[in-house]
Structures are given as C-alpha cells and as structure tokens.
Ligand binder design. Structure first.
Ligand SMILES: [Ca+2]
Ligand SMILES: [Ca+2]
Ligand SMILES: [Ca+2]
Ligand SMILES: [Ca+2]
Length: 269
C-alpha cells in the first residue's frame, strides 16, 4: 500500500545576498556652478536579489559632500542642497553607500565624482579705486597717460577695456585706450587753454554680466605757448598835446595772455 503525503515547505528567504551597485563610480562632469539648490545631479543604484527587507536598499552619502549634496535614501537620486561655487571648490569626490534593510545589513560602497562648470558669475574689479594723471599740454601723441588694470576671478576670458560711451566727446577725441593692456595714451593735441581737466570712464569687461567701471582724472599743465594780445578796448592811437604834464594819463593799454600763472603775466615795455 502506498500513501502519499503532500508536504508544503515554506522557505524563509534569508538575507544572504549583498547589494551590488550598477557602477563602481558615477560621474557628473560639468555641473553648472550656478545650479540652484535642489538640482538633480545623478542617480546611483544598487540591486539586491533578496526578497523583502533583505532586498531593499537604502542609500546614504558617507563622505565628501561638504554639505552640498544629499542622496535620496530610497531612490538614490543625488541633489544639491546648497549653492555651489567653482571659485571655492571645483570638484567633489563622494563615497556613497547602499545597505540592505534586514540583518545582517550588508553595506557596499561606490564613489560619485562631480566636477563643476566654471561660469561667468563673478564680478570684475579694478585694482585701484580711481586713477589720476597729470600731463603737460602739447605733449606728443602716443605718450602714456596711465595703465588701468582689473581682474576677473572667473579667469575664463581675456579682460578687455574700453571707454564708456558716456565719456565726453572732447575727452574721447584726445585719448585712446588699448583694449587688451588697458594702457591709455594721448591721441590728440592737448591745449590747456581749451581744456585743463578731463575725466575718462573706463570699463573692464570679461564678457559676463558683472563688468566694472572706473574714472581716470587727467589734469593738463600749462606751457607758455601763447603770446599776449592787446585788448580791443585799448586806446590804439592817441594824440598827446605838447606841454602835457608828466604823469598825466594819456592812454589805456590792456593786454591779455591766456596762459596760466606766470606764463600769462604781461609786462609792457
Ligand atoms: Ca540582501
Ligand atoms: Ca562662482
Ligand atoms: Ca565662475
Ligand atoms: Ca599755455
């Protein structure tokens, strides 16, 4: 006689499998430094064939995030939780773990490498708060007035210099600036009698939105380059009667010299 017994065996799945990351290293190269808080960076993923909690994986960042990144415990999505700045730190190498959720809690690790993309987000700044120069009038064209210099912390593009379009046309006619070196030179005839003081507004530009401007003040010194001229109100011809007493006023002679100071002093002889 034969009999049969149906035996049903329930097998509890032991947590005997270790999670495995799909990659040992995840890279995101060129994350914009101006990416705001909450920007998605990368998704890490580990698989674990166990069932239930033994196959459920929880992610966490172990090191290297500098409080700038977090990982979602269940999805593995890495996001930014703070502002980034290429000028402070250009890359992050993080250690991320995956742990299954039943004893004995197998934990494995991967690395996440993020590099930042440098953007034109920093302000250009002149080295000096203002520039002053003093020049003799009639000085040769090509004479250097002053060299302005600015710096761009982004250090991405060559800085260029130019005069602000609002600079007075009189000043623009007399001076020019080298767009690369910032060297300002004389390009016209400086005549103190026409203008003894000029201001130039110089702009330093790195191609980004945060340019800087600065003022160059130029004083023109006098040269004795004008002859005195008699004033038109002067008496030009007088007839003096004979016997005119000594010391009697016979004519008024006015002369002017438009030069400055001693250069403009007129001595009648
Ligand atoms: Ca497992
Ligand atoms: Ca920056
Ligand atoms: Ca930058
Ligand atoms: Ca003069």
């Amino acid at each position: 006689m034969r009999s049969s017994v149906r035996v049903i065996i329930y097998v509890d799945d032991a947590n005997d499998e270790v999670p495995v990351f799909t990659q040992q290293q995840y890279n995101h190269l060129g994350l914009r430094e101006t990416a705001g808080i909450g920007t998605s960076v990368i998704v890490v993923r580990a698989t674990d064939p166990d069932s239930g909690d033994g196959g459920a994986v929880a992610y966490s960042i172990v090191s290297g995030a500098d409080h700038k990144f977090e990982v979602d415990i269940s999805t593995g999505l890495l996001t930014t939780v703070d502002y980034l700045d290429y000028e402070t730190k250009t890359s992050y190498l993080m250690n991320v773990s995956a742990t299954d959720q039943a004893p004995p809690f197998h934990r494995v690790f991967c690395t996440v490498y993020v590099t930042l993309l440098n953007e034109l987000d920093e302000a250009v700044a002149f080295f000096s708060a203002g520039y002053e120069a003093t020049l003799q009038e009639n000085i040769a064209t090509g004479t250097e007035v002053v060299q302005v210099q600015a710096r761009s912390p982004d250090n991405l593009n060559q800085l260029t210099y130019h005069f602000d379009p609002d600079t007075s046309p009189a000043a623009l006619a007399l001076f020019k600036i080298d767009s690369v070196t910032g060297r300002i030179t004389v390009k016209g005839l400086l005549d103190r009698e026409k203008g003894d003081y000029y201001t130039l507004t110089v702009v330093a530009d790195n191609g980004g939105p945060k340019k800087d401007s600065n003022v160059v003040s130029i004083t023109i010194l006098d040269e004795n380059d004008n002859s005195p001229v008699f004033d038109i109100t002067s008496d030009t011809s007088v007839s003096v009667p004979e016997n005119t007493a000594m010391g009697k006023k016979v004519a008024v002679v006015l002369a002017k010299d438009i030069d400055a100071g001693l250069n403009g002093l007129v001595r009648l002889i």
